[in-house]
Design a protein around this ligand. Structure first.
Ligand code: PGA
Length: 262
């Protein structure tokens, strides 16, 4: 049963671009895609700026009716209260964020986020009508010790505990060894893990949700390799870090269908 999943190209800016730079960047990105006559039915596009940029991006997207989605890079597991420095999903919803990245490996690695934290954040995102982009992925040591799928599969299972699949989610498979290293996984490696993750979605949330959910690949995605990933049946897009900060490169990734040999 072939379900059509619109490819999704997501730009994770990480801690780059302040709100003034964000305004210029989003405007130029929209122009570049309009100039190229990008058909958003070929690929949905979203950017994930730092928190302090989101209000500016919201204002620009709304004022110019730009066909771009946006979201935050994290949220609090809590809805409000004495949590200094945290950002509630309620605030992100007020800024018309559609998405929120959860459990990025940099959050897991540098901020000690556990699978239980990731699960609590997925539930928080859903409480506020946000679509979580749940990141999973193995380190080089995990790969050596357990093979490619075991760790991402276990992380996803934990992230989905008590989750209502009808509220929508996106999964991003990002091998930690491929992030920012210039050494992407092979399309076959990405497909193997994406298929395993879709299997988990089916077991936990049912086949319909599994078929409708987009599973992205992330880790050193560029214009030169995007088409090869999207040729794989279970890879439905990309979470792009470094290359999402370059307008030409990112718009070329978005327009992967146009690439020679794609
Ligand atoms: P990269 O980062 O594209 O720079 O490898 C991907 C990510 O961390 O989401």
């Amino acid at each position: 049963m072939a379900v059509k999943r619109t490819p999704f190209i997501a730009g994770n800016w990480k801690m780059n671009l302040d709100h003034l730079q964000a305004i210029a960047f989003v405007q130029k990105l929209a122009w570049a895609l309009a100039d190229a006559k990008h058909d958003f039915a070929d690929a949905e596009v979203a950017v994930f700026p730092p928190f302090t940029d989101l209000r500016s991006v919201q204002t620009l997207v709304a004022a110019d009716s730009l066909p771009l989605g946006y979201g935050a890079q994290d949220l609090s597991a809590h809805d409000s209260g004495a949590y200094t420095g945290e950002i509630s999903g309620a605030f992100l919803a007020q800024l018309d964020c559609r998405y929120v990245i959860i459990g990025h490996s940099e959050r897991r690695q540098y901020h000690g986020e556990t699978d239980a934290d990731v699960n609590a954040k997925v539930l928080a995102a859903h409480r506020h009508g946000l679509v979580p982009v749940v990141c999973v992925g193995e380190t080089a040591e995990d790969l050596e010790a357990h093979g490619p799928s075991a760790v991402p599969v276990a992380q996803l299972r934990a992230a989905l505990e008590g989750v209502d699949g009808s509220k929508g989610l996106v999964i991003a498979y990002e091998p930690v060894w491929a992030i920012g290293s210039g050494q992407a996984a092979t399309p076959a490696q990405a497909e193997q893990v994406a298929a395993a993750l879709r299997g988990v979605l089916g077991e936990v949330l049912g086949d319909e949700v599994a078929q409708a959910t987009r599973v992205l690949y992330g880790g050193s995605v560029k214009a030169a390799n995007i088409a090869s990933f999207l040729r794989e049946p279970n890879v439905d897009g990309a979470l792009v870090g470094g290359a999402s900060l370059d307008i030409d490169e990112f718009s070329s990734i978005v327009r992967f269908k146009k690439h020679v040999g794609a």
